[in-house]
Design a binder for this molecule. Structure first.
Ligand SMILES: [Zn+2]
Ligand SMILES: [Zn+2]
Length: 150
């Protein structure tokens, strides 16, 4: 694998590039397969034909395979849990799971309306536990998927 920021050759398992200190797949300047120069909008490397690894986009994204990388410093699982305690799903948005958080928020309100509030409590507790566990994964340096639960 090549670093997408500085084109240094790295081990497949390298979390951080030893030359530039960035996550090897966080930029879009070089192909991760052959090290050829690529542009930000390019999807396929024109030198080796491989699909270039997409850097995680910021903002709202409904791509379910989007990977959320741990931020540095990591976001606090306790804060995420607390936010989801007040508003279910928003703790997930805080952690970077924007699409999941917003859909869960909408689902929580829809379900509690249909069940006269009874349906709110299981989701409320689940969203708090979920925010905590997803937050802990990110805190440990693991990446999570946009729609990963618990
Ligand atoms: Zn690098
Ligand atoms: Zn290439």
């Amino acid at each position: 694998m090549f670093c997408r920021n500085c084109a240094s050759e790295l081990s497949e398992k390298a979390e951080v590039c030893m030359s530039c200190g960035l996550r090897p797949l966080s930029e879009s300047k070089y192909c991760q397969e052959c090290g050829a120069e690529t542009s930000e909008k390019q999807e396929i490397c024109v030198k080796c034909g491989c699909r270039v690894h997409k850097a995680a986009a910021t903002g709202f994204n409904i791509d379910s395979n989007e990977i959320i990388y741990p931020s540095n410093p990591p976001k606090s699982p306790a804060t995420a849990t607390l936010i989801s305690c007040f508003v279910p799903g928003v703790g997930q948005v805080y952690l970077g799971q924007t699409a999941k958080g917003l859909v869960c928020l909408a689902a929580t309100f829809a379900l509690s309306t249909f069940t006269a509030g009874i349906g709110y409590f299981p989701i409320w507790i689940a969203m708090m536990v979920d925010a905590n566990l997803i937050g802990k994964k990110l805190e440990r340096g693991q990446s999570v998927r946009q729609w990963e639960f618990f």
